[in-house]
Design a protein around this ligand. Structure first.
Ligand code: PLP
Length: 380
């Protein structure tokens, strides 16, 4: 049997063996301590959390005390939005975009039902939000602006720095969901000029069940979870020590490789697109042609149906997706592609191919062959 080709790294990435090895002691009988316990077993776990927190702080350019560990990207996004809005009270205003991941979009909608005002900004045909539209939406009641660093479906990168200047000039905070960028681009809170930032371990070859929220010190934020005083009172509950240790190790391994790997993936992605265009008539790229994630290809095959394409790809041994993992499997058209204003035949035929560390030139070539055959058969 030929090996499967995994092209869904935006949904999740495989755990690196080194990360698993780093986690193992904390899953075993001699490393199971509760980091809040004062005895030696607890303190060993506490030290492991400290190391991971230090790694995250350095990677993001923040301070040790500005990092709160969460259960993942979703919780980090919820903690940022709900935490800031609750701290300011009902009637305050949140600005976000129409193409956020559900972890932000649905949280914003939830806040609306509790009496907060929310503006969902439109994006252009390449999936970018314009800084001017942010400026126009800001009011004296705006507390928080949440704009993702790069979109998980089409890979478009937003002009965050420009947006930050405008947001701060009006005295509001800027949150960004950097879940998709952290593994591929420099993500530095001072350079991006953001006040809150979310990341997730399983998108950077770490384990599922760990994430982090950066909150600039001095910002008042309510906690989502109440109970013990873990995470400096920001998030009650005994920490998921093995997963957080794995997150730290994944980030430690990521940093020295990130730039070269991003360059490799950009090249591979461009070859992939060029080959698809050469072999298959009427392939259209969705999202921005250059301001996009190194590993992301989102392409439409007008006239065909994405579900059918994905099932055929799966049968041929290729894992791809039609959008975010949470919405694939449902027949709802993607809110991202719809917000971009794509015609229906492009929305319905869009598939997302996301490359990663183990993707090779050979796998790309084989996937092009497979897709060309599938498309030809379906169009016939
Ligand atoms: N934000 C973005 C942009 C994502 O792509 C994802 C995962 O698909 C999430 C948030 C949610 O992260 P997690 O799966 O860690 O909850």
């Amino acid at each position: 049997m030929t090996e499967r080709i995994y092209l869904d790294h935006a949904a999740t990435t495989p755990l690196r063996p080194e990360v698993r090895a780093a986690m193992e002691p904390y899953l075993a009988a001699d490393g199971f301590g509760n980091p809040s316990s004062l005895h030696a077993d607890g303190q060993r776990a506490k030290r492991a959390l400290d190391v991971a927190r230090d790694t995250l702080a350095q990677a993001l350019g923040g301070r040790f005390s500005e990092i709160t560990f969460t259960s993942g990207g979703t919780e980090a996004d919820n903690a940022a939005l709900v935490g800031i809005m609750l701290a300011r009270g009902r009637g305050s205003h949140l600005i976000t975009t129409q193409i956020e991941h559900e972890a932000v979009g649905e949280t914003a909608r939830f806040l609306e039902t509790w009496g907060f005002h929310v503006t969902f900004l439109p994006v252009d045909e390449q999936g970018r939000v314009s800084p001017q539209s942010v400026a126009d939406a800001l009011t004296d009641r705006t507390v928080l602006v949440s704009v993702m660093h790069a979109n998980n479906e089409v890979g478009t990168i937003h002009p965050l720095r420009e947006i930050a200047g405008l947001v701060h000039a009006r005295g509001a905070y800027l949150h960004t969901d950097a879940v998709q960028t952290f593994g591929q681009l420099p993500v530095h809170v001072r350079e991006l000029d953001v006040d809150l930032l979310s990341v997730s371990a399983h998108k950077v070859y770490g384990p599922k069940g760990a994430g982090a929220l950066y909150v600039r010190s001095g910002i008042a934020i309510e906690s989502l979870l109440h109970g013990g005083g873990q995470e400096r009172g920001r998030r009650a509950g005994t920490e998921n020590v093995p997963a957080i240790v794995g997150f730290g190790e994944a980030v430690r391994l990521l940093l020295p490789e990130r730039e070269a790997e991003a360059a490799r993936l950009t090249e591979l992605r461009d070859v992939f697109l060029a080959e698809l265009r050469r072999r298959i008539p009427h392939v259209v790229l969705n999202g921005h042609p250059t301001e996009r994630l190194p590993n992301n290809l989102n392409v439409s095959f007008p006239g065909l149906d994405a579900e059918t394409l994905l099932l055929a790809l799966d049968r041929a041994g290729v894992s791809a997706s039609s959008g975010s993992a949470c919405t694939s499997g449902s027949i709802e058209p993607s809110h991202v592609l719809t917000a971009i204003g794509l015609p229906e035949d492009r929305v319905k035929s869009a598939i997302r191919l996301t490359l990663g560390r183990t993707t090779t030139r050979d796998q790309v070539g084989r996937t092009v062959d497979i897709l060309a055959n599938i498309v030809e058969r379906l169009r016939r």
